[in-house]
Ligand binder design. Sequence first.
Ligand code: ZN
Length: 493
Amino acid sequence: MIPVKAAAFMFLFFLVIAIIASITPCSAAKYAEITLEPTFLSDGRLKVKVKLRVNGNIFEDSMILSETKFCPREYGYAVFTLRHVLEKYYSKLYKHTIKIAVNVPKDYIVISPIFYRYDLDISYSNEYTKYEVEVDYSDFSKFVFYEAYIVGLAEVISIYDGELFKVAFTNDVPKSFVENIIDAYSKGIKMLINYLGHSPLQPRVVIISGPNHHKLYPEGHAGTFAGSTVYLKLFSSEAYGLEWYVKNLYHEMAHGWFTWPIIYGDFVVKEGGAEYVSWIITRILYPDLFRKYDINNIKYRVKNKEDYATAAIKYMALNCSLVHVSEKYGKSFNIFDYIRYIIDKYHYSGKEINWDDFIGSNLREFLAEHVSSSEASKLQSAIAYGFLNLDIKYYGTWKYFDQYQLIKRIDEFLMEGAYETVTVTITETATVTTTVTDTVTVTRTYTTTTTETVTKIQERIEKEIHPITYVVSISAIIALTISIIMLKENKLD
Ligand SMILES: [Zn+2]
């Protein structure tokens, strides 16, 4: 016989087990399955059959891509995202773990950056190849839903299988060009990660199309799908050299960070960031190509006040200011530390950052991590004021082109780590003087009246114009002087 106490205990024990068992099915992750079957129709259009299994229901649908607004498609070669084929079912997937399967006939090639981020299962049957990955809802809703699948017939496209990335290219793209892009990617990705840290959307797939493919894109089109896939379409003209492609490859690769929801900003924040980073990386990795690109393209763009170039100059100027501040306080930070700070702070929230916030409250918080908060506040408003100065003063009275040359020179010194030799001092006499390593002296005249003493002028300068406010403009003057010297020595075009 079982004693009463033991029986009561066993009853309780089984009751607890029963309760746990009844809870478990509810607390387990909910699964959903998406199966995609892309095929080309005989008239050349891409059809994607979609099967969705979720919450005990099955939905079947199909989408013909050329009937949507989505454009990169043609016979034998297309690009699409889940967003284009699954938008109306999106809400049903809320908080599910999602298995995504892509099923293609044997003579098809399919690649996607998501295949290289998650565990990929590939299975083969007589006629089909099936690619499967499983992603959690957070990754699905923030990244995977917007990422590219490239589908092609083996006779139209080929794949280069790199360790960290893949290149899909149409068979008319010269092999030597593909090799150059592989080389540029391999060098560039290391530098991007080094400067900006890892990003969930860092590019893993590069697509290169010959000029006769994807007719709805113009020749020379460069773009990105969600940051993780870079798209390049070649020019038929040989007038565009490797410098054009490498620089644009780096711009699009930088969108692996300057994209929703990593750094999601207004035009200056997002495009200026990607453009600035592409200049820096091209300049460091391919100095000769950068020089060519600069002479043939950037100069023209700057002269024409093109938005991307202007926005990149703002990043350059911000870097000048940050390095100057960092030096002044015996610290060591630059624009890339600030960008990483922003990425950490927003933590993939997808919240939009405009340029005013970028050089406003965010900058103040960043500086407060390095100097006292009252100093940070002063420095931030001085830098923001410097930008007003940059916009109004130089847009009006300086040639835009000069402005770029100036800031570029100083930025080069900073990025090359030579900034210890560039010192800016303002002597508060009736004249404001800036000096660079004793070899260059530039004078700014500070207007005064005869009744004012030097001390009073000093007070005015301190009070009205924080010295840091001058950083952007002073950097420009220093750089101008240096570039004039270099011009004389024929070192600068
Ligand atoms: Zn861009």
